[in-house]
Design a protein around this ligand. Structure first.
Ligand SMILES: C=C(O[C@@H]1C=C(C(=O)O)C=C[C@H]1O)C(=O)O
Length: 296
């Protein structure tokens, strides 16, 4: 997110505006998961070396897809933007073939670019270990028989995986904008726990249980509606949640637990890690101004 939208910084960094973008990303992620769920688990594409002979690449089929796609995006300067994070280590990607955009970022660059803020390796792990098996699970019994474990659609499945991973990465790293917004709203609350690093105290300041609770209810309702079926006449086909999973469109439990157990906790880790580096390269004079602004 940068100044191209022309909106004022105060609007772009308002918590409501940022939260609305997070809500919008729920739709994107649910629909992309529905697309991935149309293919079998295809476990082989996540196994490092399973295509060693064909690819001459030591990683997995999916990691090869990520490398090739992110190499193209890197040439188009995608990763010069502080809010874009690659899954492939940057030193393995080509340099941009056009100059980085000269637009000022809404984020504090030293914090946004700090390696600890990039959690893509953790996103890839939970996605492969927990999410893909969940949404393509053989417990979805379609017409009385276990669904296929491997349908050979390795290219389609990996293409969908990359789309989901990039959407999850964008959503989770949006935590940087949330933190910048919360920090600028009350810098004096955060500064003592940054100068004397206290991740637990920072986590307590950024955590909003009511927002999280509403999100999980909204997410289940969205997944139920988006994963629903209509007959040829456009009439909604009412099915129980369990039946929906069996029909193979999407598994509601997996989507809700993904946010509860992974997306929200990782977003908060990004928020805290960003805050821990929010004062990097900030002059002492500015810190004093922020602390003076403290309400009596
Ligand atoms: C994103 C925010 O920060 C935290 C993370 C949330 C999430 O990942 O959905 C929701 C509320 C907060 O606990 C926020 O305050 O909106």
């Amino acid at each position: 997110m940068n100044f191209t939208s022309g909106a004022a910084v105060s609007e772009l960094l308002s918590l409501d505006h940022i939260r609305n973008q997070l809500i919008r990303l729920e739709d994107t992620i649910i629909f992309l998961l529905i697309e991935r769920a149309q293919f079998a688990y295809n476990k082989k594409i996540y196994q490092p070396g399973a295509f060693q002979d064909e690819l001459n690449f030591s990683g997995s089929w999916l990691e090869w897809f990520l490398f090739e796609i992110e190499s193209f995006h890197a040439k188009a300067r995608r990763y010069t933007s502080p809010d874009e994070h690659a899954f492939t280590p940057l030193d393995k990607l080509p340099q941009p073939i056009i100059k980085p955009q000269s637009l000022p970022s809404l984020l504090h660059q030293p914090a946004a670019k700090h390696p600890s803020v990039n959690v893509n390796h953790r996103i890839l792990d939970f996605y492969i270990q927990q999410i893909v098996p969940g949404i393509t699970s053989t417990t979805r019994i379609a017409k009385g028989k276990a669904v296929l474990e491997d349908d050979g659609n390795y290219g389609s499945a990996a293409t969908r995986d990359v789309e989901v991973l990039q959407a999850l990465s964008r959503r989770i790293h949006f935590g940087m904008f949330v933190s910048e917004s919360k920090f600028l709203e009350a810098p004096h609350d955060f500064i003592p726990h940054i100068l004397n690093p206290n991740p637990e105290a920072l986590a307590g300041l950024i955590t909003k249980p009511a927002v999280e609770a509403k999100l999980l209810i909204r997410l289940a309702n969205k997944a139920r509606v988006y994963g629903g079926e209509m007959d040829a006449d456009g009439k909604v086909v009412e099915v129980a949640d369990e039946e929906m999973a069996a029909r193979g469109k999407i598994d509601l439990a997996t989507i809700v637990s993904m946010y509860k157990d992974w997306v929200i906790p990782l977003t908060k880790d990004v928020e805290v890690d960003y805050l821990l580096h929010r004062l990097d390269d900030v002059p002492q004079s500015q810190i004093e101004v922020w602390m003076k602004g403290k309400t009596a």
